[in-house]
Design a protein around this ligand. Structure first.
Ligand code: FAD
Length: 521
């Protein structure tokens, strides 16, 4: 019987997610591909490449050991690998998961024609890396002007019976406990030790390989993510046992040098396919039912995965391809080189420039450079906020977020950047821009201690740039947001300021902006 070729994408690195027969079959060949085109697309974080390549290599071995026929190859592109493998194996059918990202949709559009010419059938299966099919979001979004996550999330909780009591009402008496979850990190309390999975020989070999590759971002030495399903499950278990109970209250807290604090670090594992989202949700729910974690923390965590993760994937497909160029605030600026090289020492591409003086940005970028990640509030309220205040083009910021994180894929970074962080989508995802002055950073972090700028000052050479950039942003977009109910208070505060002070802040913002080193195009 002619075989079927089962293409498994690099983000389907375990049987929890990959679309494969439950048991090995002689007439099914599993195809795993390392695409040169994909590898060259962006200056990927070295740890992202280690994660993806090592997880794929471990998965190939695990499948072989379980008796599957595996073809694992390096090829110019996914489409060419699939066409060539189908020819070489004499396959009459190719099975693949529906594309998770736009670039693969484009590749599959070409591939479909090639396979048809060869008389090979092409079958797409639903993506098991999410709780609901893509179509579920489209049904929900149809006819809505605003696509607020909260309503989608509540529907999914009802449909999948997550954190509901016997009467079908939300556990704890509310759908949302965000108001309990806004505490800064307690002064003097040390950060919890970071979760670690020790690299084995296979991973160390990939690390050594990747360390040699030029034109990439980030440091490889501290790589400590799981690359197998067993290690990913152990990581989840450790998070639930040691951190989940306190996840909620400190969800928004930031601490210098700490990419995770009590966050799970699970995004890289979910997004590469080592864990399936529903198993993570059920494990957290179990902790609530067993009384080891309170509802505010468990609900806060479940909302991230069943809510935000499913929702942003839906928004991505709903708004693509236009989302790539969304720029509702008409932001004109390129990306500050500080996002690649906060110290200005030329460590990224050999070009030196003045170091970033804002400790919040410099430190959070160092976290990304050194570990390939930092938690949500650093991304949204430091890296996203500062870019938005400066007027960085969402597309330039998105390219960085896509390249620089171990959990980054366009389907998830792009809605977060173009929707949440920069308001580039003009309010589809967030009712107002997520912008804040230095006061927010002071309240929620220790970044301002030891910063060369003074967070209490709004003007003058020592003033925190976030302060004058914030008021410059409000003034710049005054007309656009004049009748916006949630921006009105800020506009009123601006209007009450002395015109000379506003002029001084706007002048300083212009001078600061002009001195920012911008990445080379
Ligand atoms: P936790 O706080 O422990 O949350 C648990 C899980 O919920 C995460 O692992 C993740 O899978 C999911 N989640 C939480 N928030 C979001 C969200 N806003 N969108 C989608 N899923 C979410 N997440 C990515 O996975 N990849 C990205 O490339 C990415 N880029 C981002 C860019 C910006 C500008 C912003 C503001 C957010 C981005 N996020 C991205 C979302 C979020 O910041 C990360 O998922 C989270 O910080 C990962 O850390 P964690 O696993 O410790 O998360």
């Amino acid at each position: 019987m002619p075989p079927t070729l089962a293409f498994v994408a690099p983000w389907e690195s375990s049987r929890a997610v990959a679309n494969l027969p439950r048991t090995p079959r002689d007439d099914v060949i599993v195809l795993l591909v390392e695409s040169i085109e994909k590898g060259a697309q962006l200056p990927w974080h070295r740890q992202k490449l280690v994660l993806v390549l090592s997880a794929m290599r471990h998965f190939a071995e695990a499948l072989r050991a379980a008796g599957y026929r595996v073809d694992h190859r390096v090829a110019p592109s996914y489409r060419e690998a699939i066409r060539d493998a189908a020819r070489e194996h004499g396959a009459t059918r190719v099975v693949a998961t529906e594309p998770r990202e736009w670039f693969l949709k484009d590749e599959f559009d070409v591939l479909r024609g090639w396979l048809a010419e060869d008389g090979v059938a092409f079958v797409e299966r639903p993506d098991r890396g999410f709780v609901v099919p893509r179509a579920r979001f489209e049904t929900w979004a149809a006819g809505r002007k605003e696509l607020r996550m909260e309503w989608f999330y509540r529907e999914l909780r009802r449909e999948h019976d997550v954190l509901l009591d016997a009467a079908g009402k939300p556990e704890g008496g509310a759908w949302n406990f965000d108001h309990d979850n806004r505490q800064p990190w307690p002064k003097g309390r040390p950060a919890p030790p970071r979760l670690r999975a020790e690299p084995d020989a296979v991973t160390r070999k990939v690390m050594a390989q990747v360390a040699e590759w030029r034109g990439l971002f980030g440091r490889v030495e501290s790589f400590a993510l799981p690359v197998t399903r067993a290690a990913a499950k152990a990581w989840l278990e450790q998070f639930v046992v040691e951190r989940l109970a306190e996840f909620g209250p400190y969800e928004d807290a930031m601490l210098a040098g700490e990419p995770d604090l009590l966050h799970s670090g699970l995004s890289s594992l979910l997004n590469v396919g080592l864990l399936a989202p529903m198993e993570v949700i059920r494990r957290a729910e179990q902790a609530y039912r067993e009384g080891t974690a309170p509802i505010a923390s468990v609900e806060g965590f479940v909302r991230q995965i069943l809510g935000w993760r499913e929702y942003v994937r839906g928004v991505y497909w709903h708004l693509m391809p236009g989302l790539r160029i969304a720029n509702a605030l008409e932001a004109p600026m390129g990306l500050p080189q500080w996002y690649w090289d906060p110290d200005g020492d030329g460590s990224y591409d050999g070009t030196a420039h003045p170091a970033c003086g804002m400790r919040c940005l410099a430190d959070s970028v160092r976290q990304v450079r050194d570990h390939g990640r930092t938690h949500h509030i650093n991304r949204l309220m430091i890296q996203g906020n500062i870019a938005t205040l400066l007027g960085v083009r969402p597309e330039a910021l998105s390219r960085w977020f896509w390249a620089a994180f171990t959990d980054a894929y366009e389907w998830v970074e792009l809605p977060n950047v173009a929707g949440m962080a920069t308001w580039g989508d003009g309010g589809v995802m967030a009712s107002k821009p997520y912008v804040a002055s230095g006061q927010y950073v002071k309240r929620m972090s220790d970044y301002c201690t030891g910063c060369r700028y003074d967070v209490k000052q709004r003007t003058g050479p020592d003033a925190c740039p976030l302060n004058y950039l914030y008021w410059d942003f409000i003034a710049r977009h005054r007309e656009r947001f004049a009748s916006h109910p949630r921006m009105a208070q800020m506009i009123r505060t601006l209007d009450r300021m002395k015109p000379e002070e506003v002029a001084a802040m706007r002048g300083e913002a212009a001078v600061f902006r002009a001195a920012v080193p911008i990445e080379k195009a």
